[in-house]
Design a protein around this ligand. Structure first.
Ligand code: NAP
Length: 467
């Protein structure tokens, strides 16, 4: 075997690492192993590439500098950004990936344009458009999520015509380059038009719907990397890009289904505007509130409790206290399970990650489909900082913005306890009729504080101290 054969063998092993990584990351029980498989895959891939026959000393120096710059940005991002800001962090990573793919495509063109085939020129063109589209689109998405840019969708007449004119112009220039690759001044214009299209695509989408769009940009980024692999004749890049593209696409389809969004609307932008009339109409009435003493008693005396975590649990960082509560109830003989809605929180898997961090056993975490039929037999549901994902309006109120979104049927349980700070709406900006249900008890307060007090109630520690 020559050196190239060894490199290709290493690439094959790395590709297997990526495939297993995705497979294992699809379940909370194997997710850590999945991350490790992906990391090992990347180390093998990058390591093998360093032995590429054309490598020069100057190349090694440039790679070392690039690794240092990348690490200087990536390590603080990984360490400092909180879990609640993951969507914007991921958007920033995509922006860097898109920029890298776009710049490599441009560089490759300038090195090879005199001998480039028509096929390769078409692939470079597509890759540059996609790379710069992902770069600007992801930056804009991150800006909207961080709050540096206005979150509201910006819509104007003729928007789609303008968008497709810009894209059409970029494609037309690529066709010109296929016919005559020596028009070297055209490729920067293609890059700018690709970037402009990325901005125009994201402008009409509200900040609230950004996480879905980010999954889609991830998919475009993967496609761009796969095209780059074709241009560079690098099989690993083709495989990795295809895996990235396909998984991003599947993720955005799952998110669209779980949020009852039309996938075509995401593809063509201009979605995410909340129906103002429907949002204003909400259920009226009074709510019943309970103290943590009462709530603790109810929990202790229940046979089965289902905890429904939501965005509020993430904000309060209450996951460790929740684990303590589950353990305390378990000791009292209560059957405790967790019901996880696919879009609870602000990113897919948000609740799974937090509960795994607190070492909640995986077998206690149940997906919506696994638990929804059980709610009529459940004594107490503890809704912890969740709102939209338990709003029964999604089932029957056709004028509600969340109508059709699958929800956790907690209102079918014997008693529902909702922990939140006040009566504020959730992500969709609408009132929740669950709070006005006669079976519902509101326990007002920060999720971490309330759950901490519930732990004290259930374990009886406070009584022991006061005696
Ligand atoms: P949600 O509907 O956003 O509601 C969260 C609730 O948590 C709020 O009503 C808030 O009420 C409460 N809260 C905030 N801070 C709290 C704290 N410190 N302690 C206690 N409560 C607190 O959350 P969700 O039910 O998890 O639903 C997720 C929403 O995000 C869905 O509409 C989904 O479509 C959307 N979304 C999800 C994803 C994803 O991938 N997961 C992506 C995009 C969009 P108070 O202010 O009154 O406390």
């Amino acid at each position: 075997m020559n050196r190239l054969d060894w490199i290709n063998l290493a690439y094959l092993v790395a590709a297997l690492g990526f495939a297993f990584s995705l497979k294992w990351m699809s379940s909370a029980a194997t997710a850590r192993r999945g991350v490790l498989a992906g990391e090992i895959g990347f180390i093998i891939a990058v390591g093998a590439t360093l032995f590429w026959p054309d490598m020069t000393n100057e190349g090694y120096v440039l790679i070392a500098v690039a690794v240092l710059i990348g690490a200087a940005i990536g390590v603080p991002l990984g360490l400092l950004v909180p879990m609640t800001s993951m969507p914007e962090r991921i958007a920033l990573s995509h922006a860097f990936g898109g920029l890298a793919a776009g710049l490599v495509g441009v560089a490759f063109y300038y090195i090879k344009y005199e001998k480039v085939t028509e096929f390769n020129m078409a692939v470079i063109g597509g890759e540059v458009i996609l790379g710069f589209l992902v770069f600007t689109g992801s930056l804009l998405a991150a800006g909207k999520l961080i709050g540096w840019l206005p979150q509201r969708p910006i819509v104007y007449p003729g928007q789609n015509y303008l968008n497709f004119t810009v894209l059409g112009a970029a494609v037309a220039l690529v066709i010109w380059l296929i016919i005559d690759p020596s028009q070297t001044y055209l490729i920067p214009v293609v890059a700018v038009l690709g970037g402009l299209f990325g901005i125009l695509l994201i402008v009409p989408i509200g900040g609230a719907d950004m996480p879905t769009v980010i999954a889609l940009l991830n998919s475009y980024g993967g496609l761009s990397a796969a095209l780059l692999g074709i241009v560079l004749n690098n099989k690993l890049l083709i495989v990795a890009g295809a895996l990235d593209g396909a998984s991003g696409l599947i993720l955005s389809i799952i998110m669209c289904r779980a949020m009852n969004r039309s996938f075509t609307n995401v593809l063509f932008g201009a979605f995410g505007a909340v129906d103002e009339v429907a949002a204003g109409d909400g259920p009226q009435g009074s709510v019943r509130s309970a103290s943590t003493d009462e709530a603790g008693d109810l929990l202790k005396n229940a046979r089965s409790v289902v905890v429904v975590p939501g965005y509020g649990m993430a904000v309060a960082q209450a996951q460790h206290k929740v684990r303590e509560l589950a353990d305390a109830l378990d000791k009292e003989g209560v059957d405790v399970r967790f019901a996880i809605h696919p879009v609870a929180g602000r990113m897919p898997g948000h609740m799974n990650v937090l509960l795994a961090e607190a070492n909640v056993p995986y077998e206690q975490l149940l997906d919506m489909d696994e638990i929804n039929d059980d709610f009529p037999q459940v004594d107490v549901v503890l809704v912890l900082g969740a709102n939209d994902v338990v709003n029964p309006a999604a089932r029957h109120n056709a004028s509600s913005p969340i109508y059709g979104m699958p929800i956790l049927n907690v209102d079918q349980a014997g008693c529902v306890m909702v922990v939140k700070r006040g009566m504020s709406a959730g992500f969709a900006g609408i009132e929740n009729e669950l709070f006005f249900n006669e079976k519902t008890l509101m326990v007002f307060g920060d999720a971490k504080t309330v759950v901490g007090e519930l732990v004290t109630e259930v374990t009886g520690q406070r009584d022991a101290i006061s005696l």
